[in-house]
Design a protein around this ligand. Structure first.
Ligand code: URA
Length: 281
């Protein structure tokens, strides 16, 4: 600001002050202001650097992880870190560990269960209790299905924290949590989803139909309800391994489901088909 501009403002303020305190103009000495130094001048007066010099390279604008429709720019590590710090629902106050999921990147199969139980809560790893050990046996089936979290599967759940007493997750808990799973699906891009049990199937297919009717038939996880991208991932509903532990009679239909899974993977993946070619069912 110049000395002249400052003097005009001071004169106006003095005039206003005189008016408010009785209306008589008091005599004043001249004002002694100096111009601002160059670097304090009104930025509006400054020359835009583009006029005088080339602009520095601007960093590329990156989408935030939540906005990316394809998972680009997002990572499993980022999702896991957010889950570990999550307080979106009341389950954060009773968990020991959040359980984001584990397994291989770009898996043939992403197994999606309901939510962590006691063993998972204690270890921070999915499906490590009795149901998890049975799941591992189902996936491998003595080499006849040939799937494992150590080589070609990723294992996760609809919700990432244990509900007290292993109760079924409540709708508000699923709503709060499911975007983490959506991000994991986008990042992993599995060839097939194996949805284990009612909670997983109903959530992923947005269906009210029960598992007994839906199991064993491939459908598509299109994702349009849960995701901002249109995915077409073959999804096979099957019984939850905990249900098999309670009811042995479910083993036969689950074996049928595992065979259907193998057949679908042989269609979709040449390497898997070649590996399984010599292994009889
Ligand atoms: N049941 C589930 O649904 N998920 C687990 O991780 C363990 C048991």
């Amino acid at each position: 600001m110049t000395a002249n501009e400052k003097a005009n403002i001071a004169s106006f303020l003095d005039l206003a002050g005189d008016y408010l305190s009785g209306g008589f103009r008091r005599p004043r000495e001249g004002y002694a202001f100096a111009d601002d130094p160059a670097d304090k001048k009104n930025p509006a007066d400054a020359k835009f650097p583009a006029e005088t010099e080339s602009l520095p390279e601007l960093p590329a604008v990156t989408e935030t992880t939540e906005q990316s429709p394809t998972g680009e720019g997002d990572s499993l590590e980022a999702v896991a870190a957010e889950i570990a710090a999550c307080t979106r629902c009341g389950l954060c106050s009773t968990r020991t560990n959040a359980v984001p999921g584990e397994g291989m990147r770009r898996p043939l199969v992403m197994v999606i269960g309901e939510g962590p139980g006691a063993d998972e809560d204690e270890t921070g790893r999915p499906f490590v209790g009795r149901a998890g050990q049975l799941l591992d046996r189902m996936l491998d089936s003595k080499g006849r299905i040939g799937l494992s979290r150590n080589s070609n599967c990723y294992i996760a759940n609809i919700i990432k924290c244990r509900p007290p007493g292993n109760r079924t997750p409540q709708p508000d808990e699923i709503t709060a949590c499911v975007s983490y799973l959506v991000r994991q699906i986008k990042i992993l891009k599995p060839r097939v989803i194996l949805a284990a049990g009612n909670t997983a199937v109903k959530t992923l297919l947005d269906s009210t139909e029960g598992i007994t009717r839906l199991r064993g038939t491939f459908t598509f996880f299109r994702g349009t309800l849960l995701m901002d991208a249109d995915f077409n991932i073959p999804l096979l509903p099957t019984f939850h391994p905990s249900a098999l532990l309670r009811d042995e009679s479910l083993k036969a239909p689950v074996w049928e489901d595992m065979k259907a899974l193998r057949a679908k993977l042989c269609e979709l993946d040449g390497d898997y088909a070649a590996r399984m070619a010599d292994i009889p069912l």
